[in-house]
Each structure stands twice: as C-alpha cells, then as structure tokens.
Design a protein around this ligand. Sequence first.
Ligand SMILES: [Ca+2]
Length: 170
Amino acid sequence: MRSIAITLPLVAVAACSAATSSPDASPLAVDAALADAAPGGPCPLTVNEVAAAGVPDDWFELMNVSDAPIDLAQFRFTDEAADLAGAVPLPATVLAPGARHVQEVSDATNGFGLGAGDAVWIYQVGVATPCAGVDWASGDAPTGGSWARVPDGTGAYRTTTPDTRGVANR
Ligand SMILES: [Ca+2]
C-alpha cells in the first residue's frame, strides 16, 4: 500500500459521502473545506476505520495516506469537534507511508469513549481546524463490526463485518 498518495480532494469526497450516509446534518463538508487552510497542506492521515462498540475498548484505525513518514505526536484526537482542550495526544509513533495505527479509546484512559452515533476528529497540534475526521450514526459500527473506508484508505465509509483491526479494510 506504499503507492497510495491521497490529496485533499479525495478526503473531501470521502467526507461528503460520509455526510450523505448519515441521517443527521453533518458538519463534515464544512470542516473538510476548512482543512484546506491548515498549515502543512493536505492532511497526511485518514481515519480509516472506527469500532464504536469495540471489545474490550473502542478503537479507530489511522492510516498515513501521504508519501512521507508522519510522526503521530504532531496530532491529537477527540470525539467533540473543536474541543481542542479535551483532545488527546496520539503516541509518538512514526507511521510510514501506507502504514496504520490502531488507537484504543476508553473512558478510563481518555475520558471519553466512542458512542454508537459519534465522531472522531484529528487535529494537528497548534491548528484549530480538523485535519481529518468522520462521523457515524447508530448502527453504522455495530459490535464485531466497524465503519470503514472501502477500498482501504480511499473509499467511502460503510459498515464492515467483521472489523479489520490493524489490517487492510475489505
Ligand atoms: Ca482496517
């Protein structure tokens, strides 16, 4: 998967498709447009998969969709858009192009979990607009399954059962 190099227009397409698949009025389309102005250019990360009913903990899978290594210490995550104070640092792990990181999320460790209908937002440290993110509706990410981009890293989000934690979405 090292040949994948996604630019912002593809992220915007995915955001739009996620928005249209949710019953609520998603802010994703607006946020994707705002990400255009973020320092550093197009977001090198995508939220590739979300397990909102993970066992034992919820988790999401980040993927480096750029053509350069990315230090995750430059980024934070939250389930509340614009809640920069509550955003949680990602580990100081360098992701090679095409590589993925599974981030577990729990009330005990992070102060929040991922709800049945919720969102994950990725912020670059020092940047107030989201770099990447996705939301989902109740039932999109059921127990044993996930809300995942298919094809892996680039496609629209859909319910995938079983989940593909840490490996390519299918
Ligand atoms: Ca996966």
